[in-house]
Design a protein around this ligand. Sequence first.
Ligand code: UTP
Length: 297
Amino acid sequence: MANRITKAVIPAAGLGTRFLPATKAMPKEMLPVVDKPAIQYVVEEAVEAGLTDVLMITGRNKSALENHFDRVGELEAVLERKGDIDRLRKVNESTRLAEMHYTRQGDPLGLGHAVLRAKMHVGREPFAVLLGDDLIDERDELLSRMLEVQGERDASVVALLEVEPSQTHLYGIATVEPTGDDDVVRVTGLVEKPAPGEQPSNFAVIGRYVLRPEVFEVLEHTQPGKGGEIQLTDALQVLAAESERAGGVYGVVFRGRRYDTGDRLDYIKAIIQLAADRDDLGPELRPWLASFVETLD
Ligand code: UTP
């Protein structure tokens, strides 16, 4: 089915408390992963999946995000004068990716509240949501498969990753039923960050969603939940429970590589893994890493 979805919403207004003090004056989505800010990978992923209109939900410190996707005349002129075409291309790459729009969340009242800020821009169409601190390896397919499943089932679609039972308290966790497709499940329930031992499964919701616009009406009535925040998971739980209302919720089970750059340890792992695989850095980094590992206990 042709992909009729063109809009991506990227919430990037969280406080990033796990990364303080680095995120005191800068959104965590601007932290570099090798040599690009995390947010650029996410916008590139949206564009790669055919989404051309990106709405970023920003908070305090929004200028760094806007500036990154804008042109910088002086810098371009200096690089041009020096004939540094390679760096000039890198600087310009982020400015031509998509049609970028920005709106502010005001108070960071939760992910659900951030997504609700997109209502006017999105209108009555299904749309994608990509979280700026979740990176999906570009070699592994996820968003385009989710868009396909949304088209086939006319439902909302979440991305699910099987995690260790010791990790389920960190995520929204889904109760699921199989479908005829090996990588697609029907989501019958969702719970945000269940207490250890109370998780209904090991299927964790990760930061990619393709949603029907009915989610906005649900979000308008969603009360603060876990952590006192308006949770997207709680709104999706309503859509999952009332499947006749907006087609229900399906999950695409992702078995590829995903990096949570909002978490310090995962952020370090992401940089090492991505840099080790790169043609320009890998050949020197890999042998250094191997000898470094030998020095460890
Ligand atoms: P997180 O749960 O990672 O929260 O948000 P956070 O505040 O950014 O980070 P920590 O936990 O304090 O370190 C998941 C995503 O939702 C966005 C964040 O920017 C992130 O991409 N978000 C969260 C908002 O846009 N607004 C909010 O009110 C909360």
